[in-house]
Design a protein around this ligand. Structure first.
Ligand code: HSE
Length: 443
């Protein structure tokens, strides 16, 4: 290793431009930390003539990946082009050519992370992907290095900025889902096709990566149970608010007795939960460790320069490892054989909104279902919807098993008095009693 390290950049979009800017602007700090210059030598692009928002010498650009992957002077590949199968092959080719790889590609890492880590190990190469989860927040390093001494029990994340922006606008300004999504698109937070964000898939990819690192087990994307925010109705956010909860799209990965449960779902969070105050497009990841207790990491989950900071920090680690001669040793193989927690072992508190006939005895019928199943109410509220001659009943249960709660839903559907189960959501934490005098605790 000489006095210069050369980088090959695959992709020159928003994030790639940020990487070039950061390397140029922070060159003095990089030389100070590493004792060598860091230079982007070649950049793979699709179109040589496209206008860019960063100045790059045209002779550095190429449309042929082989120019980069076969260049013996290039030590490290930074992949910011996105995509899965073609990109996967480029990275395998890079490892075969003994090049280290840094990527921001969550789709790729969520699907092929374990195989790529194995390929990196076999070739004694480094493979880092800090930018793949929560953009500028150093959460992967927080887990693998900062909390390496602890046993992590639970990770909860707001890891999608688009949906957090939409939910903030719905909660704080009473906007409908559609209006909030439109505003997010106009401001550039949401993609023109926001499907992966609003249906929870983007967050699921990030949670699969977080879970794998937090619990050292081989979590696959399909292990994450996913529901998004497209069906959320404003009423549920408003009732939740009255009960002392804030609606958030929460990714949760829990591990107990080496059994993992991992999901992404709209969740009513008690307002004093550390994640409840994370607003707009910001991300945050809450990590609970056996020894450390509660920790939380907060920051921008996307954007050119924030994401570039994660990539360039990975580059710094790769270059330090090259100097020390310890490349390829960073990520050990998963320690545990994956065991997913069965549905019979899951539990939680649940929010439920029902439309029922507005007549005598309805409450008693509902209560009988819950009493027979030994589900205890934490909160309950009824409001008449006069024009429909319907009673809207909203309740929050105490902790109960998921199977029992599902049985309650089945039985409620059979009741003549119940017109419709409007919605139900997981509840997390204990809300302060914001409804003093209105909500009744029945049991
Ligand atoms: N679409 C993502 C989000 C961008 O909204 O958070 C970062 O992965």
């Amino acid at each position: 290793m000489g006095n210069k390290v050369s980088i090959g950049l695959l992709g020159l979009g928003v994030v790639g431009s940020g990487v070039i800017k950061l390397i140029e602007n922070h060159q003095e700090e990089l030389v100070h930390q590493l004792g060598c210059e860091v230079q982007v030598k070649s950049v793979l692009v699709r179109n040589l003539d496209k206008e860019r928002d960063v100045e790059v010498d045209r002779t550095f650009l190429t449309t042929d990946p082989a120019d980069i992957l076969n260049d013996p002077e290039i030590d490290i590949i930074v992949e910011v082009m996105g995509g899965i199968e073609e990109t996967y092959q480029y990275i395998l080719d890079a490892f075969a050519a003994k090049k280290h790889v840094v990527t921001a590609n969550k789709d790729l890492v969520a699907l092929h992370g374990t195989a790529l880590e194995e390929a990196a190990r076999q070739n004694k190469c480094d493979f880092f992907y800090e930018a793949s989860v929560a953009g500028g927040i150093p959460i992967l390093r927080g887990i693998t290095d900062g909390l390496a001494s602890d046993r992590i029990q639970k990770v909860m994340g707001i890891v999608n900025g688009t949906t957090n922006y939409i939910l903030t606008k719905m909660s704080n300004e009473g906007m409908t889902y559609k209006a909030a999504l439109k505003e997010a698109q106009e401001l550039g937070f949401a993609e023109a096709d926001p499907t992966a964000d609003v249906e929870g898939l983007d967050a699921a990819r990030k949670m699969a990566i977080l879970g794998r690192l937090a619990f050292s087990t081989d979590i696959a994307l399909d292990d994450v149970e996913v529901s998004g925010i497209t069906d959320l109705e404003l009423e549920d956010l408003q009732y939740g608010d009255k009960f002392g909860y804030t609606m958030k799209l929460i990714g949760t990965a829990e591990c107990e007795d080496q059994q993992v449960e991992i999901s992404v779902q709209p969740t009513l969070l008690a307002k004093d939960h550390p994640l409840a105050d994370v607003k707009n497009e910001y991300n945050a990841v809450y990590v609970y460790g056996e020894a450390v207790g509660e920790t939380m990491f907060y920051g921008p989950g996307a954007g050119s320069l924030p994401t570039a900071t994660a990539i360039v920090s990975d580059l710094i680690t790769v270059i330090k490892n090259m100097r020390l001669g310890i490349s390829g040793y960073h990520s050990p193989k998963p320690k545990f054989q994956k065991k997913l927690r069965g549905i019979e072992d899951r539990s939680g508190q649940y929010y439920l909104r029902i439309h029922a006939k507005d007549r005598v005895g309805v409450f008693s019928e509902l209560s009988t279902v819950f009493n027979d199943l030994l589900i205890s109410f934490k909160r309950i509220l009824q409001t008449p919807i006069k024009k429909l001659d319907v009673a809207e009943i909203i309740l929050v249960t105490h902790e109960t098993s998921l199977v029992t709660f599902q049985e309650a839903l089945n039985q409620l559907k059979q009741l003549d008095a119940v017109l419709e189960i409007k919605s139900y959501y997981k509840v997390e934490g204990d809300a302060a009693d914001e409804l003093a005098g209105t909500a009744k605790t029945l049991q």
